[in-house]
Design a protein around this ligand. Structure first.
Ligand code: NI
Length: 259
């Protein structure tokens, strides 16, 4: 059981993609490890209905709806209407995501990525919902597009992978930084610096399960229960208690998502 009475929130976890254990087990393990809520991001347009079903079925599962930058070839403007209809007045839809730019996997359709990113930012603004940003090797363009287009939505940089300087720029612009398993990797010097540097009131925790499994389970399939290893590492780096780190990041999430 959750012996040390932790209250953690995994703010980005693809629990629908976990292969080795059932969704029920995923959620039970999370609970036992003090994870009270999980936000499930949408990546593929075809997954929207499945993701909404999961949030309807389980109390503590919320969702971001949106299309991942690597999947924008399947974009259709009718998705804006679809997402708007589902998200309006639905407390289980925590934001629009994961949206952004990815110059790592495929650079052949950058213009389309930007176009779809902007449309989804405007949708979030219209719905007054936070945006969960996927930025891979596209820091400057992602930042510029957000600054030029976002009107009022809270910005969360999911799986932050930039430098301390970029983190400071994001903090100055009012964004939140979400850190996951990478911060536990021995060679992740840059990420450890970021974890120490950013103000506690702008920090969020995530797993990005089933990917990026933290130490000591690196190499195995990730799950929300392991968000506590992320929390432990960041607490250690900052020289504060696990409880303090958990409470602060959970309060941040509760404030952003109105949980
Ligand atoms: Ni993700």
């Amino acid at each position: 059981m959750n012996e040390d009475n932790l209250n953690l929130i995994d703010t980005h976890s693809h629990i629908d993609m976990i292969q080795n254990i059932s969704l029920e087990e995923v959620i039970a393990n999370a609970k036992e490890n003090g994870v009270s809520k999980i936000i499930l991001p949408c990546a593929y347009p075809g997954d929207i209905d499945k993701i909404v079903d999961i949030t309807n079925k389980f109390d503590n599962i919320y969702a971001y709806l949106g299309v991942h930058p690597s999947e924008v070839k399947d974009w259709d403007d009718s998705l804006l209407d679809k997402i708007e209809k589902i998200a309006a007045n639905n407390k289980k839809i925590a934001g629009i995501g994961e949206i952004g730019l990815d110059y790592y996997w495929d650079k052949s359709f950058i213009d389309l990525q930007k176009e779809v990113f902007i449309k989804q930012i405007r949708l979030a603004n219209k719905l007054n919902l936070p945006i969960n940003i996927h930025d891979r090797e596209a820091h400057k363009d992602s930042f510029d597009i957000i600054e030029e287009n976002n009107e009022g939505s809270t910005v969360i940089m999911h799986c932050f992978s930039g430098s301390v300087e970029f983190a400071r720029e994001c903090i100055k612009a009012g964004y939140y930084i979400a850190l996951g398993g990478v911060v536990t990797f021995k060679n992740a010097i840059k990420m450890k610096e970021v974890a120490k540097d950013i103000p506690l009131e702008r920090l969020l925790l995530e797993t990005d399960a089933p990917y990026l499994t933290p130490v000591p389970f690196r190499g195995k399939e990730n799950q929300p229960a392991y968000v506590r290893f992320v929390a432990e590492e960041i607490a250690f780096l900052r020289g504060i208690s696990l409880k303090e780190l958990a409470d602060a990041t959970t309060q941040n999430a509760e404030r952003i998502f109105k949980f």
